[in-house]
Design a protein. Structure first.
Lengths: 264, 338
């Protein structure tokens, strides 16, 4: 499935957060969305699944505007792994993952075999079988992240949007999440977009990067063409060295020192 | 949540309610043995009339009262459950956010204007909806609601409606009418007869069953609006529907029993401890526990200082406040800053 945003503008009632963003997520692609704090990454991600409505521009899923689809139809195609999810009344892991099936539920009638199977597959894929009865507030950060991904998987989506999924994870879990994202994106008819702060992971795992700065995409394409020393200077305000890692062959970004901000 | 577990909880809940109502028929100043209770019920069903004292007592006084208590408790338990999930706030309840006080105002205004019972319930529902919308308008954040603001606004709006109730009572020039208003709002069931119940019972039953259909949506709302939305819930439609249901249940309860505090707050917590937080089981459990609790407390209200009666609202507060304080204490200890 293909997701295409064109000319997105958005504001929360003040200065524009997105000032005309166009972006395309193609089948088989893992697209990294990078940019400094406050660039509008999370806002863009919300617009991409219809969670926020842009003031102008639109998002099309296989050519159909998201506005034309019900929230359930969207949730059956696009799953979001959010940064945070505070559960007011902590349910079990199994139940929480099962909520990913809401978009398939009918007005009357409980869970179908398809629901149970999808939850089982998701639990297994995220190695959560042993934790299924645990309350979701009794999990470590890494475990809860896996539970969030499992919930998204239970939606059986074609597109997954990850909002900073490796934050607060230890090294091993970071790599696992990135490998999962890449594997998902390679699945038939599937694609994924991932918001990342860690540029090294972004460069290593993503097929392409889109660099968001002050509500605009200022560069996009192969990681090496987006992450340049000039871009790091202009967008992140740091002096940086970009090298190839002998171990992984991927770009390695070393931020050396902050640059004094040039007044605009 | 498997459907069978929800069915099991609903069945057990109904059985519990049935037992409590049956016990309430036997209890009172004049003890009626259960055998005679059953005879009277059977006689009532067959339409025969032997005119005995126990028959009148059971069929005309205790049965409507037991059913009223069950219906009020079930309505408040369910309404509390709906509000807590919708606002993601364990401290939300019809009385905490002013819905019950607003209903009380509508109901008293109905008495003042000489409305029929059904029209006063409609007026109570209207006032409840307006009052609750006011609270939610003030406390609406960009996404979801700001908990502390909801509760503080609710307390204020509650006070506003208590003041309006005072105004209506003060304006009443008819002593009979005034005393009816005062008794109504004290929180009690001593004046319940079959007449209002013919309306309240079926509507409450329908509303409690309708709430059940919202179980999955409530599970999602507990995750917050943004998360509910990403999982496919049309929050803009489901939210108002759930709110309307909570207002309807509250106004039904208030219309026959006045403002009864703490049931809507405490019962969902007790139910959560018993069956867990999944709404497919939590909703029936809250309805049943609320109903059972109120039937039992009403029995105490009728019998503790016989031949006089204690106001039900006073008793529920006496029971509810210590439980509420314990709840607050445990939240404070867990460091839940709200």
């Amino acid at each position: 499935m293909r997701l295409r945003a064109s000319g997105l503008q958005f504001d929360y009632g003040g200065a524009p957060v997105l000032a005309g963003v166009s972006l395309e997520l193609r089948e088989g692609q893992l697209l990294g969305l990078v940019g400094p704090n406050g660039a509008g990454k999370s806002t863009l991600l919300s617009c991409l699944h219809g969670g926020l409505k842009p003031s102008t521009g639109n998002v099309r899923l296989e050519g159909v505007e998201l506005e034309q689809l019900s929230r359930r139809e969207v949730a059956r195609a696009i799953a979001v792994v959010p940064q945070r999810c505070e559960v007011a009344f902590p349910v079990s892991v199994e139940h929480f993952v099962g909520l990913g099936r809401f978009a398939y539920s009918r007005f009357l009638g409980g869970q179908t075999q398809a629901d149970l199977d999808a939850v089982e597959v998701a639990l297994e894929r995220m190695q959560l079988e042993r934790l299924r009865r645990r309350a979701v507030d009794q999990l470590s950060g890494g475990e809860f992240r896996r539970v969030l991904i499992a919930q998204a998987l239970a939606q059986e989506p074609r597109i997954m949007l990850f909002d900073e999924p490796v934050q607060q994870l230890d090294l091993r879990h970071q790599l696992e999440v990135m490998e999962f994202a890449r594997e998902f994106a390679r699945g038939a008819g599937q694609a994924a977009l991932i918001v990342l702060h860690d540029l090294g992971l972004a460069a290593r795992y993503c097929d392409e990067l889109a660099l968001l700065h002050r509500g605009r995409i200022v560069a996009s394409g192969a990681p090496a063409s987006v992450l340049t020393e000039t871009a790091l200077g202009e967008v992140w305000n740091v002096r940086a060295a970009i090298e190839r890692s002998p171990a992984t062959g991927a770009l390695q970004i070393v931020a050396i020192s902050p640059l004094h901000e040039v007044s605009p | 949540m498997s459907a069978s577990r929800a069915t099991l909880v609903s069945t057990l809940g109904l059985a519990l309610l049935f037992v409590c109502v049956a016990l309430s028929l036997a209890a009172g100043v004049i003890h009626v043995p259960l055998g005679e209770v059953l005879r009277a019920l059977r006689g009532g069903l067959e339409g025969s009339s032997d005119g005995s004292l126990s028959r009148t007592l059971v069929l005309e006084m205790r049965l409507p009262r037991g059913l009223a208590a069950a219906s009020v408790g079930a309505a408040l338990g369910t309404a509390g459950c709906l509000l807590q999930a919708l606002l993601r706030d364990p401290l939300a309840s019809p009385t905490m956010i002013g819905t019950a006080q607003a209903s009380g105002f509508g109901r008293v205004l109905g008495v003042y204007l000489g409305f029929s019972f059904a029209s006063s319930v409609a007026l109570a529902f209207l006032a409840a909806t307006l009052g609750t919308l006011l609270v939610l308008y003030v406390s609406r954040a960009r996404r979801g609601f700001a908990s502390q603001i909801v509760l503080l606004t609710g307390i204020n709006v509650g006070m506003l409606f208590m003041a309006l109730i005072g105004l209506v009572q003060y304006s009443s020039r008819d002593e009979g009418q005034l005393s009816r208003m005062v008794l109504l709002l004290l929180g009690g069931l001593w004046q319940v007869s079959w007449e209002p119940l013919r309306f309240v019972l079926p509507v409450t039953l329908v509303a409690v069953v309708l709430a059940q259909f919202g179980a999955r949506s409530l599970d999602l709302f507990s995750l917050g609006e943004a998360n509910a939305d990403r999982l496919g819930l049309a929050t803009r439609r489901a939210g108002p529907a759930i709110l309307a249901l909570a207002c309807l249940l509250t106004s039904l309860a208030v219309s026959i029993a006045g403002v009864i505090a703490f049931v809507g707050l405490i019962v969902p917590h007790a139910a959560r401890r018993l069956v867990g937080p999944a709404h497919a089981v939590l909703l029936p459990a809250s309805a049943a526990l609320g109903g059972a609790l109120l039937v039992l407390i009403d029995c105490i209200a009728r019998t503790a200082v016989a031949p006089n009666e204690l106001p039900l609202g006073v008793l529920t507060s006496l029971v509810g406040v210590p439980l509420f304080l314990m709840l607050l204490r445990s939240m404070a200890r867990r460091g839940a800053a709200r």
